[in-house]
Design a protein around this ligand. Structure first.
Ligand SMILES: NC(=O)c1ccc[n+]([C@@H]2O[C@H](COP(=O)([O-])OP(=O)(O)OC[C@H]3O[C@@H](n4cnc5c(N)ncnc54)[C@H](OP(=O)(O)O)[C@@H]3O)[C@@H](O)[C@H]2O)c1
Length: 250
């Protein structure tokens, strides 16, 4: 543990108490679940979304409006977080839109938007936050894939999304290697089929019996995986991909 690291760990061992946790795309969906879990663990949380007025802050939380697909806006978000809390310990990149369309109907703007949301956003935030994490010799970065992304599993009508998520895995592994000596871990959580905990563009009607464990995942299942990667128990894990999918698409 470095001298500048908060010593006070959460009673449950998550190690988030006092940490500064920035969650992109946390106005609603999985990001909001993660942000709320971090607030409950007494982390200082930066909640991010594109539009104003979607999310109230509570506990030690700051709400920052920024479109992280634009480097300049991502820069503003990081500056605001540093101004408020002085450091960033944990970066959770949840931004990543989804959409069904065959390649033959996908126009260049739609392709670019999918790449910008799922991939560019992860690069922008990592590029901006890592120099600050390096100063503290501590950082936890959790990126979002999708089940099968590490094996480039094909999803018809989701070519851009599948390509972007596979690239997020490759990016995360390369970054994990680059930052391994700097106290920064980089891991990926890949959700499978989830219950519609909050409105989500990902909502797909998969019956639970197609999932080996016999149920769809909950946002809490995903939150627990993210918290694990941020916890002291995962200090030696980096460049890893965990599918939170109940055995689906093994
Ligand atoms: N949910 C699933 O079933 C599922 C399955 C597999 C993988 N995933 C992955 O898990 C992650 C979270 O998924 P989700 O379904 O919870 O997402 P979601 O519901 O679509 O997330 C919406 C949130 O992201 C914000 N957002 C979107 N684009 C943004 C941008 N460019 N800059 C800043 N904020 C932005 C939205 O803000 P505004 O409302 O202000 O626009 C909103 O707060 C994604 O990476 C997704 O690909 C999800």
């Amino acid at each position: 543990m470095s001298a500048s690291e908060p010593a006070d760990r959460g009673p449950d061992g998550d190690g988030l108490r006092g940490r500064v946790v920035l969650v992109t795309g946390s106005g609603c969906g999985l990001g909001a679940w993660i942000a709320r879990a971090a607030v409950r663990r007494q982390a200082r949380v930066v909640i991010n979304c594109r539009r104003d007025g979607r999310q109230r802050s509570g506990g030690e939380a700051l709400v920052c409006r920024a479109d992280v697909t634009a480097f300049g806006e991502a820069q503003g978000l990081v500056e605001e977080a540093l101004k408020a809390f002085g450091r960033i310990d944990v970066l959770v990149n949840t931004v990543g839109v989804f959409g069904w369309k065959p390649v033959a109907e996908l126009d260049p703007a739609e392709w670019r938007a999918m790449m910008a949301s799922n991939l560019d956003s992860v690069y922008h935030m990592s590029r901006l936050v890592i120099p600050h994490m390096r100063k503290n010799h501590f950082g936890r970065i959790v990126n979002f894939g999708a089940v099968g992304a590490e094996r480039t599993v094909a999803h018809p009508k989701a070519s851009a999304y599948s390509a972007a998520k596979a690239a997020v895995v490759a990016f995360s592994k390369a970054l994990a290697l680059e930052e391994a000596r700097c106290g920064i871990t980089v891991n990926v959580v890949s959700p499978g089929v989830l219950v519609d905990g909050e409105e989500s563009a990902h909502a797909v009607d998969h019956s639970a019996d197609r999932i080996p464990v016999g149920r769809r995942g909950s946002p809490d299942d995903v939150v627990r995986a993210v918290l694990f990667f941020c916890s002291p128990a995962a200090d030696f894990l980096t460049g890893q991909v965990v599918a939170v999918a109940g055995g689906w698409r093994l």
